[in-house]
Design a protein around this ligand. Structure first.
Ligand code: NCD
Ligand code: ZN
Length: 343
């Protein structure tokens, strides 16, 4: 049996680093393995202007541990007041890599997101023109739509109309959770990609709800039925260049996860590579791991793959059940299966 597996150094195309003490506590778990990450802008208040992004980027760079080589790829949080000229200037100076669309109220810290999509048409036109991608949180927020259907309905009601109106806009469907999203990506080969998280390859909705409620498996978009998890696994392990890793590692303190109204998010940065190696090996697709974690993402974003490599070793990985932060402990995602690769 092969004892090591070497891939190009991976990138994370969807990551929450937070700020302040939490940023300093969680960033080393990403920069240890990942060379670059698309940084989510849903701080409180959100990262909406070029000036916000510059200041946040500098705080992230100041928190990178000595000896680690890590580049944050910044995003702006799209609001109905976003100025197309500010976005274009930030892109021109190389400050931002994408713009993030949160439907208002869809998830953690999304109150300033978009409610009326006609109000962002000018920004989207400008982005299409300059080749700046749009990252989408693909869930409608209409209370009459069942939470397990919100991604499917978003594709029909919001995403497809936006793509028809702006055919040159490059769009990333982020953290997809359904076979509907996989099918939509497969049916559209122009200007469309999708990220898949580590945890959505491992858990289905039973993990959250059967045998007692498991707040640490609650994230948004919420995990769906097993058939959807299997569709995601088939997409991730297929080598299809439109699918790539975005961990959506989203740390919340245990205190905030375990409330009567607990926060959404799984913290997967410490063990993502170990879990992915397991998943890909289980599916007989270890050879496709590199495409998913290290090649497809850069290709979509028009960036070179990383020059360095990461070697996985066939050894039981060690990672803590939680990490300590000045704000309190943060539980590390439990894959609920034995792992055999250490990154
Ligand atoms: C994210 C967070 O905590 O910021 N939570 C999550 O469940 N994924 C927000 C998001 O990406 O939806
Ligand atoms: Zn996220």
């Amino acid at each position: 049996m092969t004892q090591t597996h070497t891939i190009r150094r991976p990138d994370d195309w969807h990551l929450h680093l937070r700020d302040g003490d939490m940023l300093r506590a969680v960033l080393p778990h990403t920069s240890r393995h990942f060379a670059r990450a698309i940084i989510m802008p849903n701080l409180v208040p959100p990262v909406v202007t070029a000036a916000d992004a510059r200041a946040y980027r500098d705080r992230i760079l100041a928190a990178v541990p000595k000896g680690d080589d890590f580049t944050p790829l910044m995003t702006l949080y799209l609001t109905e007041d976003t100025d197309p000229a500010d976005v274009a200037a930030a892109h021109a100076e190389g400050l931002i890599t994408a713009v993030k669309l949160y439907p208002a109220g869809a998830t953690t810290n999304s109150a300033s997101g978009v409610a009326d999509f006609t109000k962002v048409a000018k920004v989207l036109d400008k982005m299409a023109q300059i080749g700046l991608p749009l990252c989408t949180h693909g869930e409608v927020t209409d209370a009459s739509v069942d939470i397990f259907d919100r991604e499917e309905v978003f594709i029909d009601r919001v995403l497809d109309p936006i793509r028809r109106q702006h055919p040159d806009l490059r769009v990333i469907m982020e953290h997809i959770t359904t076979s509907n999203a996989v099918d939509y990506v497969r049916a559209n080969d122009k200007n469309l990609g999708a990220t898949i998280t580590t945890h959505h390859l491992v858990i289905n909705r039973n993990h959250i709800l059967a045998g007692g409620i498991k707040p640490h498996y609650y994230c948004l978009p919420v995990a769906k039925r097993e058939e959807h998890r299997l569709a995601l696994r088939a997409a991730a392990t297929s080598g299809d260049a439109r699918f790539f890793l975005g961990t959506d590692s989203a740390p919340h303190t245990d205190e905030n996860k375990l409330l009567p109204c607990g926060c959404a998010g799984c913290f997967t940065a410490p063990n993502t590579m170990a879990i992915l190696a397991e998943v890909f090996e289980q599916d007989g697709a270890l050879e496709q791991l590199e495409a998913f974690t290290s090649l497809n993402g850069p290709a979509f974003y028009g960036l070179p793959p990383n020059g360095e490599t990461l070697t996985l070793v066939r050894e039981t990985p060690q990672f803590p059940a939680h990490i300590d932060t000045p704000d309190g402990p943060v539980t590390v995602f439990d894959p609920a299966m034995p792992l055999h690769w250490t990154a």
